[in-house]
Design a protein around this ligand. Structure first.
Ligand code: 5GP
Length: 220
């Protein structure tokens, strides 16, 4: 199957949700799907990263070895894929196509390199970026999750600093301060995209300063 075929068959809307590691994308998606199961689907990605405690095969991800993942690439079975902090992550094409054909709006919860590839292939894709209320709040959520080592948290924040540069290419930024409010915001923006606002230069500069402070070792 080629990307072009997917485009021709498309009926639903393709929406990307990206955001810094730990900012609550998974929780927001889960709540949104529970509230509106008829309207939305969430694509399940393939990854070479090891499962975290409680993550189920085929629910959180399709967990693959590097060789298995590379076979998916060779078979052209992925809509997009990227390398993120040392692991492969990719979106299987088949599920997305079935759901779009069924008229569902499909969410891809993916990082930025993948998001930009999808936008290039399907310019009508709506790109949303989720940010935490602050970087110290994000760090405390990530550490509280207990699934990451200090080193992983640090490398994910270094990655976040890189990701900042791409935020202006997103159609809108949503702050995840409170899950219920954030789910309502995401829903309203999908229904009325003109409500979505990109981040201002001042907001981006502030986020960058907070990240740099953390990476220098200032935990305040
Ligand atoms: P995590 O390891 O925390 O589950 O995910 C790490 C990052 O990979 C997150 O930003 C997540 O959104 C992203 N990601 C998950 N699945 C995919 C995918 O299929 N493609 C791409 N490009 N990124 C993904």
């Amino acid at each position: 199957m080629k990307l072009e075929e997917l485009k021709l068959n498309k009926k639903g809307l393709l929406i990307v949700l990206s955001g810094f590691s730990g900012c609550g994308k998974g929780t927001v998606m889960k709540a949104l799907l529970e509230q509106y199961p008829e309207e939305f689907s969430l694509s399940v990605s393939a990854t070479t990263r090891a499962p975290r405690l409680g993550e189920q095969e085929g629910v959180a991800y399709f967990f693959k070895t590097k060789a298995e993942f590379e076979a998916l690439i060779a078979e052209d079975a992925l809509l997009e894929y990227a390398n993120y902090v040392g692991n492969y992550y990719g979106t299987p094409k088949a599920y997305v196509q079935t759901q779009l054909n069924a008229g569902k709006n499909v969410f891809l919860e993916i990082e930025m390199q993948g998001a930009l590839k999808v936008k290039e292939a399907f310019p009508e894709t709506f790109l949303m970026f989720l940010v935490p209320p602050s970087i110290p709040e994000l760090i405390s959520r990530l550490e509280g999750r207990g699934t990451e080592t200090g080193e992983t948290v640090h490398s994910r924040m270094a990655q976040a600093l890189e990701e900042l540069k791409v935020i202006p290419r997103y159609d809108c930024v949503v702050v995840n301060n409170d899950i219920a409010q954030c789910v309502a915001d995401v829903y309203n923006i999908v229904k009325h995209p003109e409500l979505g606002k990109p981040y201002t230069k001042e907001q981006l500069d502030d986020l960058e300063e907070q990240l740099r402070r953390y990476l220098k070792g200032d935990k305040s």
